[in-house]
Design a protein around this ligand. Sequence first.
Ligand SMILES: Cc1cc2nc3c(=O)[nH]c(=O)nc-3n(C[C@H](O)[C@H](O)[C@H](O)COP(=O)(O)O)c2cc1C
Length: 209
Amino acid sequence: MPHLLRIDASISPESRTRAIADAFEDAWRARGPEWTVHVRDVVADPLPHLTSTALHWPERLRGDMQAPADHEALQQRVLTEIEAADVLLVGVPMYNFSLPSQLKSWLDLVHVPGLTAPSDGNPQPFAGKTAVLVTARGAVYDEESLALLDHAIPPVRIVLERGLGMHVSTIATNRTIAAMKPEFDAELAQVELDAALAAAREHATAFTP
Ligand SMILES: Cc1cc2nc3c(=O)[nH]c(=O)nc-3n(C[C@H](O)[C@H](O)[C@H](O)COP(=O)(O)O)c2cc1C
């Protein structure tokens, strides 16, 4: 059964990342009843910040470090959700050139060297899964400034791609505050959003389990 894990992280009622993820999810579900979806909304149901370094390591590498049992159980649930998924769809709104702190808490639970990522020769259990990152940015960036200023997508990509060994692609839309700032060009903003919606539908329709 092809299974999608969707992570939502926008605080906005008019979220573009959620709208693009909706387009992906609708196209995914339209493929048939066996195309299932699980949603983890880290805004509606926030994950706690790490309070123990133990959660960054598997038990065999923890030494004297102790993990709080309830937080460890939550981490296990988050990892089980990834294990069950063929595709991860991760909403990554840009907040202050970075990712939402709620999403960072998810990422902090997911990146466990020696368990989910290489450390002492262990395999990458989630390697080969597909991850689609959906990002939205209020302003306009050219390629050069994006490379310098975008600290939203890179940490998510590095963890999922280099750490966990997933195949990662990105769908992006910009100028999302054009309604407030006319110089950002609302017409171009709509063109970009339409292209992102179409790309999301295409990804969901083209995915081969
Ligand atoms: C707290 C906050 C910080 C933001 N910081 C930036 C920023 O640094 N650069 C930018 O281009 N847009 C910024 N924006 C605008 C968002 O990136 C934009 O609204 C985007 O559409 C957010 O994704 P969403 O529509 O899924 O909520 C910020 C918005 C908020 C609420």
